[in-house]
Design a protein around this ligand. Structure first.
Ligand SMILES: NC(=O)c1ccc[n+]([C@@H]2O[C@H](COP(=O)([O-])OP(=O)(O)OC[C@H]3O[C@@H](n4cnc5c(N)ncnc54)[C@H](OP(=O)(O)O)[C@@H]3O)[C@@H](O)[C@H]2O)c1
Length: 329
């Protein structure tokens, strides 16, 4: 790393397109404005929205050239004017916005609003921390804030094995709910370990709900494909539904049964992340990193995320976990 010349290495997107459009090159290191901090990124988390924005980020207002990436964990290297509660040397993790053209986390440095960060729990690595904020934040938004699932309630989760789903199952377990988790069979054992009461594939959802909990208080839809409209008869009258992907199909049954339907778009939120940090610190919540790639291998990492394997998160390694660790190896 060349710390002296105001430059940094980053994965830069010069045109929208396939994974190969991402190129590693030197660009100007950002400077923290008022209220911002500059973070030496140790690990950057990859989310499906990054692939979306790489293919075409015009919906998100992204102007090219751009550096993608919303999730990161790292060490504070500078603080901008007016920042009082974050100090140089603090280890922090965060989800920065995927809307707009701010520099992203696939870089050696990122300048972010100090209000969106939380202290990285000492119990987890930077790579694990980078796998948390956007996906677990979305799960928190769905399970805690919108569906407000509580003890002894039951929930049906479509897409339980994905980056968001694995956190949604854990958060529903923490809430004390009975969980019917829907995913491909390969993930069922993991989902039971994470807290699912019952696991099922996509073809046997009705039978799984009827034979275990009868009906559910809520549905979390993390996959789409019009599964919610056909599953509305499984929701109790007065129940609720939340989708993070799409609301397509016939929702008339939601009216007939007084079911509340939530559309969810996750936004950066430091307070929510501090709640999640507390759950991580207490080992109630487990980050799931399925694969780690060097920054230089960002193209391979994006190919991997496009495969939609689920089972956890893909992370980019920007720096060694501990200063000097590379030299020691
Ligand atoms: N609205 C928001 O704020 C928000 C926030 C985060 C993510 N999202 C969106 O929510 C979705 C899930 O995110 P994620 O991070 O959990 O994604 P992910 O890690 O790629 O997981 C997606 C999961 O969905 C399942 N799936 C079933 N059918 C699929 C299909 N045809 N295509 C893709 N996946 C399929 C896959 O597992 P199985 O085959 O085992 O079911 C996979 O585990 C993505 O579309 C993402 O863009 C929205």
């Amino acid at each position: 790393l060349d710390e002296g010349d105001g430059q940094m290495r980053a994965a830069v997107l010069d045109r929208f397109g396939p994974p190969e459009t991402l190129r590693i090159r030197e660009i100007e290191r950002p400077q923290p404005s008022a209220g911002e901090i500059l973070v030496e990124v140790v690990a950057a988390g990859i989310n499906p929205v990054d692939a979306h924005n790489r293919r075409d980020g015009s919906w998100a207002g992204i102007e090219l050239p751009a550096v993608l990436g919303s999730d990161a964990s790292g060490i504070v290297s500078e603080v901008g004017p007016g920042v009082v509660d974050v100090r140089v040397g603090d280890e922090v993790f965060y989800f920065s916005d995927f809307l707009g053209s701010r520099g992203g986390s696939y870089a050696e440095y990122q300048a972010v609003d100090a209000a969106i960060v939380a202290t990285k729990p000492v119990t987890i690595t930077h790579a694990e921390a980078a796998a948390v904020p956007l996906a677990a934040g979305t799960a928190y938004e769905v399970i805690q804030r919108r569906l407000a699932i509580s003890t002894s309630e039951s929930i049906l989760i479509f897409g339980a094995a994905g980056g968001v789903g694995t956190y949604a199952v854990q958060l529903a377990r923490i809430a004390g709910a009975r969980i019917v988790a829907v995913a491909g069979r390969e993930a069922h054992e993991l989902l039971r370990e994470l807290g699912a009461t019952v696991t099922t594939d996509y073809d046997n959802v009705e039978a799984a709900v009827r034979s275990s909990v009868g009906e559910v208080d809520g549905i979390a839809d993390l996959v789409g494909k019009s599964r919610v409209p056909t599953s509305l008869p499984l929701v109790r009258a007065g129940g609720r539904v939340a989708s993070i992907v799409e609301l397509i199909g016939d929702f008339d049954a939601a009216i007939d049964r007084n079911v509340t339907v939530h559309g969810v778009l996750v936004r950066p939120d430091g307070e929510r992340l501090r709640h999640l940090a507390d759950l991580l610190e207490r080992k109630l919540l487990r980050p799931l990193v399925t694969s780690e790639y060097a920054l230089d291998d960002v193209v391979a990492a994006h190919r991997r995320i496009e495969e939609r394997h689920g089972r956890g998160k893909v992370v980019l390694r920007i720096r060694p976990e501990r200063p000097g660790a590379e030299k020691a190896q």
